[in-house]
Design a protein around this ligand. Structure first.
Ligand SMILES: N[C@@H](CCC[C@H](N)C(=O)O)C(=O)O
Length: 318
């Protein structure tokens, strides 16, 4: 059961309550304004349906959030058990759902909030500089505690459509309200799908209307997150800067998207050519994220995403 329909003298109203999470203690937390309802379900008895997730994430009749995160021990979910075979230390699994109840593979802001939740709940000990491995649907991610937040090794990035993207610098066309003409986009895989669009001369990020979803063609089979970017001038040639707005799959426009920031930096760095820096600051409506490209021992290039995680409330769902 999800939201109850309740008869009142004023008519029928929708009320969250009487669902699978009734009585569960949750936290409301965010990373650069990307906000989540987080809870612990160590032994995996609280697998929730999409309607409950959507009801809890509803900003008017629920607690509100861009997504919901369930902290479950890896041994209690099939995807987690598969990861334990190669990473026996990935004790905790991040079960991430978008605000509309759909399942997503990965969330870059969410994984910092997730680890912060584990630390606060005393489920993981993580002194500054220490690392913890976390299971996600996109694979295992290593998270380190920094002086002001968390840094996550997000694994390798790749072009979704390798050759076309590399040769032409684009592999799709994106139409959005407020764009003067459809723009070329490039599809990037960060464990979850992204299409990155650079605005052209004269186009402004605040001229975009992201109340409706941008249209990406060819239509991605599983949908996509869409990032609009404007490179910013930077005096320091070692650090790139860009500004970004994002329309998230399964949510709508959000204040921030961690995987989106990684995809946006990867695309902008690729478009900039071999002289482009390895370190980027990505300005989003909810703050600033740091994205760094580092060579990995296996010959691939990994993306390290760093930023804050903040708790704003604890609550019990009714
Ligand atoms: N906000 C997240 C991404 C969440 C998942 C995304 N909406 C999807 O469906 O892939 C982030 O910080 O990465």
């Amino acid at each position: 059961m999800m939201a109850r329909m309740t008869e009142t003298t004023e008519g029928t109203v929708r009320a969250v309550g009487g669902h699978e999470l009734t009585g569960v203690r949750v936290s409301k937390a965010h990373g650069t304004g990307n906000d989540f309802v987080v809870f612990t379900d160590g032994d995996g008895t609280r697998d929730v349906g999409p309607q409950t997730v959507a009801a809890v994430c509803d900003r008017h009749t629920g607690l509100g959030g861009d997504g919901m995160i369930r902290a479950v021990r890896s041994e209690h979910v099939p995807e987690g058990r598969a990861l334990l075979r190669t990473h026996p230390d990935a004790e905790w699994f991040m079960d991430y759902r978008n605000g509309d109840g759909s399942v997503a593979q990965m969330c870059g802001n969410g994984v910092r909030v997730f680890v912060d939740h584990l630390v606060r709940e005393g489920l993981v000990r993580l002194p500054r500089g220490a690392r913890v491995r976390i299971g996600t649907r996109a694979g295992v991610r290593t998270v380190a505690r920094t002086s002001d937040g968390y840094a996550v090794d997000m694994g390798p990035w790749s072009f979704t459509d390798g050759e076309t993207a590399r040769e032409r610098g684009a592999d799709c066309v994106v139409t959005a309200a407020g764009l003067t003409v459809p723009r070329p986009g490039i599809s990037i895989d960060m464990g979850n799908p992204h299409a990155v669009v650079a605005l052209s001369e004269g186009e402004k990020l605040d001229g975009l209307d992201l109340h409706t979803a941008p249209v990406v063609e060819p239509v991605p089979a599983e949908g996509t997150n869409v990032e609009f970017v404007v490179p910013l001038d930077h005096d320091d040639s070692d650090v790139g800067r860009l500004e970004m707005r994002v329309h998230e799959r399964g949510v709508g426009e959000t204040f921030s998207c961690g995987t989106g920031a990684c995809a946006a930096a990867a695309a902008t760095r690729f478009w900039g050519g071999p002289e482009s820096p390895d370190r980027w600051f990505v300005q989003v409506p909810g703050g600033v994220l740091s994205v760094t490209f580092v060579p990995a021992p296996d010959g691939t290039e990994h993306v390290v995403l760093a930023g804050p995680a903040r708790v704003v409330a604890h609550a019990e769902l009714v």
